[in-house]
Design a protein around this ligand. Structure first.
Ligand SMILES: *Cc1c(COP(=O)(O)O)cnc(C)c1O
Length: 450
């Protein structure tokens, strides 16, 4: 890497930023045309520097634009400058966060994040610990493994030999049943607890189902409470779940991948009241905090439970320093990308209060969108307060058709969701760089098109 390489990077990056300003969305390339239209081919021969640069530039400019004001497609969006600089530097530095010897100061960065988040959650920073993890699905898997080993500490040696049951709402993330198949629990041992009209888990039914499982000699093992369900953005009642978890001695995990970052907001942290009682918690800074993908944080209330499930001796790796500074001992991976720096650079820049303001702004944008929908008779609203997922239909146009047409025409990227047999457009106000005008522009595009 030299000066010239940096200037090539900068040249391509500036072209991309310019193109994003001109067009927030590109017309999609069909899968049939993909390999014809773009020079993706690899060959035995080297290509000239200028061809190489040209190919990369074309490729970058023909890739879906996920960071513009017209991308509302999933639960991420925006490009936070401070976090992006942090992530670019992490690539240059290329540390692996398994040992202090190799990660050094970056281990400190990760530990500070974990301690500060512990503090905000109401965990004891002395006995809790955690780390950055490649995605919310993997965070949920870590929690599910720890719950399994908490219920029976022999399992890491013997394997699963009984029916261990996991409880999660029917609107929770698909990674829960998927992980069950990976970790020897089996999808059949996942109980999908019904939700109410607003997508919130019905805890009375939860308790009844646990009793039924006990009567059949099954082993209740974990309750997963979701903080921000993937479609509606609903919050399960953590305190009630904690009462039930305590009563039956099962692990409580809070999947805050989508909206757990409300912990930064004085105004909205009540949505995760009781989280200090959860055995584990995660959130995705690449969702509400607009950090580059992926930036997921996992915390466990008791550090020793992390060691129980994830520690493995390796003399060729761990050669210096205390376990606490060698987080390879509490991670699923060996080599581990530095996903911590981008959240630290962001947090350092705007402070805890600034992160809280991002969250508050997203809820304010959602509120604005909901009132826009309610005051325009062509729309039907499906969502509720305290959610940044704004679900609606327009002029009875099937949501999949509406979203698909906006995509094909290169006008907007927005997706749709389902709840109780109803399909609707799902506008997610997760890009904290958007303003009220951008939300109105979104509706105007739809109204002009249809
Ligand atoms: C997005 C999401 C996940 C998965 O996170 P990834 O980082 O995409 O793996 C898990 N749970 C919920 C509730 C989510 O919204």
């Amino acid at each position: 890497m030299n000066k010239e390489a940096l200037s090539i990077f900068s040249e391509i990056a500036q072209k991309l930023l310019q193109a994003e300003r001109e067009n927030g969305v590109i017309k999609p390339i069909s899968t049939e045309a993909l390999f014809e239209k773009l020079d993706l081919n690899l060959s035995p021969e080297a290509c000239s520097d200028s061809d190489w640069k040209q190919s990369i530039t074309n490729l970058v400019l023909q890739t879906p634009r996920t960071s513009t004001k017209k991308f509302f497609n999933q639960l991420f969006g925006g490009r936070n400058t401070y976090a992006t600089i942090g992530d670019l530097l992490a690539v240059l530095l290329n540390n692996s966060l398994y040992t202090y010897k190799v990660g050094g100061a970056m281990i400190g960065v990760e530990k500070v994040l974990i301690r500060e988040i512990s503090h905000l959650l109401g965990y004891d920073p002395e006995t809790s610990d955690g780390l950055t993890v490649p995605g919310g699905s993997m965070c949920n898997m870590m929690a599910m493994i720890m719950a399994r080993d908490f219920r029976n500490s022999e399992i890491p040696q013997t394997g699963v030999q009984t029916k261990m049951i996991y409880y999660t709402s029917e609107d929770s993330h698909y990674s829960i049943p998927k992980n069950a198949s990976f970790i020897g629990i089996g999808r059949n041992q996942i109980r999908l607890i019904p939700t109410n009209r607003q997508g919130v888990m019905d805890t009375e039914t939860l308790q009844e189902i646990i009793e039924k499982d006990l009567a059949e000699n099954m082993i209740p093992t974990m309750i997963n409470a979701t903080a921000g369900t993937t479609v509606l953005g609903a919050f399960d009642p953590i305190s009630t779940c904690a009462d039930i978890a305590e009563k039956y001695g099962v692990w409580l995990h809070v999947d805050g991948a989508y909206c757990g970052a409300v912990l930064y907001s004085n105004k909205y942290k009540h949505l995760i009241d009781g989280v200090h009682r959860a055995d584990s918690f995660c959130f995705n800074a690449h969702k509400m905090l607009n950090a580059p993908i992926s930036c997921s944080i996992f915390l466990a209330k008791e550090d020793k439970m992390l060691y129980q499930s994830f520690n493995n001796e390796a003399n060729y790796l761990y050669q210096t320093h205390d376990d606490y500074f060698n987080p390879g001992k509490i991670s699923m991976q060996c080599g581990r990308r530095n996903d911590a720096l981008k959240l630290w650079t962001l947090w350092k820049a705007i402070g805890t209060n600034g992160l809280g303001k991002m969250i508050d702004h997203q809820f304010a944008l959602a509120k604005h969108a909901r009132s826009y929908i309610e005051s325009h008779p062509d729309y039907i609203l499906y969502s509720f307060e305290n959610s940044i997922s704004v679900c609606f239909n327009y002029k009875n146009i099937p949501a999949n058709e509406l979203c698909n047409q906006l995509y094909q025409e290169g006008l907007l990227m927005v997706g749709y969701g389902d709840f109780r047999g109803e399909q609707f457009v799902r506008l997610v106000t997760v890009n904290a760089g958007n303003e009220v005008e951008d939300i109105e522009a979104f509706f105007n595009i739809i109204e002009t098109m249809f």
